[in-house]
Write a protein that binds this ligand. Structure first.
Ligand code: IPM
Ligand code: MN
Length: 350
């Protein structure tokens, strides 16, 4: 019996979470998987009503789940940074979810802005370090608000943090068994301390994986190749900040935010799954948002729980629906179906 924590969150978060859990539930029923959910109302509305962002008691409860599902966080009436740092980043950091796994997969039938590229060419996975780097939140101001102001934001890279991330990426490359190529995306030509550490660890850990081909790409060049030659990538491992940036690009080439799913993992304990998109407040309650990214994240949750067959069925059902051409446009309000209907179609497809 799995225990799953649900954080539907803000804006369209609850709508996509409902469809994701509908499909999760259908897949679980087929596979004989038992689970129960506990839902939390954390997000912008609770913050505005009570001043609470993520109470310690909730954080403690989250540690006890087999998996956590998050819809979306972000509220137009809340200053940027409060909910992002207070909820999303706090859970990632406090639960030590050190891997952010973001597949970039173009499903057949989905338009990509890349000319002459299709599902054959756009199929790789980005492994983003998720607990260190520029996101560590270390820094401060000196003489804030004056012309003498100094603002410092430290980029933290620890041997342990880099090692476990890089090792996970090697393991994933081996397991995926596609091109057996792992690319380190860095800026070692400029960040000659931080990313020197990444290179050394990448090479050192790589000795344990002699069959994996090692590639190196600077982050600026990575963005170029993701557009020009996405087929060059199999698995890409990178630091937190670069991972944030290149996964938005990844989401676009795979057909947009409507399809991009992700998982925040600690391979030794709990994990949190979420679509990459935000809370899209404009579409709240309209039943128009595309739930496919959210459903994809629920599929990743099944995979993480060890139900690879059930996860593969969710992926196939998504893929079949997209290939059928029924959904004319993946954008919110342009699908020709409601959010709920898309969830029904994918659940039925199982
Ligand atoms: C993401 C988001 C978050 C990040 C924000 C909302 C804090 O952009 O999951 O990629 O920067 O990690
Ligand atoms: Mn991002």
């Amino acid at each position: 019996m799995y225990k799953i924590g649900l954080i539907p969150g803000d804006g369209i978060g609850p709508e996509v979470t409902r469809e994701a859990m509908k499909v999760f539930g259908a897949a679980a029923a087929h596979a004989g998987i038992q689970y129960e959910t506990v839902e939390y109302d954390i997000g912008g509305d609770r913050y505005l009503a009570t001043g609470e962002v993520l109470p310690d008691s909730v954080l403690e409860e989250l540690r006890g789940f087999d998996a956590i599902y998050l819809g979306a966080i972000g509220h137009p009436d809340v200053k940027p940074g409060i909910l992002e740092k207070g909820i999303l980043l706090k859970v990632r950091f406090e639960l030590d979810l050190y891997i952010n796994l973001r597949p970039v997969k173009l499903y057949p039938g989905v338009p990509t802005p890349l000319k002459d590229k299709g599902p054959e060419e756009i199929d790789f996975i980005i492994v983003r370090e998720n607990t260190e780097g520029l996101y560590a939140g270390i820094g401060g101001f000196l003489k804030r608000g004056t012309r003498d102001e100094v603002a410092i934001q430290e980029m933290i890279n620890t041997y342990k943090g880099v090692e476990r991330c890089v090792r996970y990426a090697y393991e994933l490359t081996q397991k995926r068994n596609k091109e057996n190529t792992l690319t380190l995306c860095d800026k070692a030509n400029v960040l000659t301390y931080a990313h020197d550490l990444w290179r050394r660890v990448f090479d050192e850990v790589g000795e344990d994986y002699p069959d994996i081909k090692k590639e190196y790409a600077f982050v600026d060049a990575t963005t170029m190749w993701m557009v020009k030659n996405p087929e060059w990538f199999d698995v890409v491992v990178t630091c937190n900040m670069f991972g944030d940036i290149i996964t938005d690009l990844g989401a676009m080439i795979q057909g947009g935010m409507g399809v991009a799913a992700s998982g925040n993992l600690n391979p030794e304990s709990v994990a949190m799954f979420e679509p990459i998109h935000g809370s899209a407040p404009r579409y709240t309650g309209k039943n128009q948002i595309n739930p496919i990214a959210a459903i994809g994240a629920a599929g990743m949750m099944l995979d993480h729980l060890g139900h690879e067959d059930a996860a593969a069925k969710v992926e196939t059902s998504i893929s079949d629906l997209l290939a059928s051409g029924k959904i004319k446009d993946l954008g919110a309000g342009r699908m020709g179906y409601t959010t709920e209907e898309v969830g029904d179609l994918i659940a039925e497809g199982l």
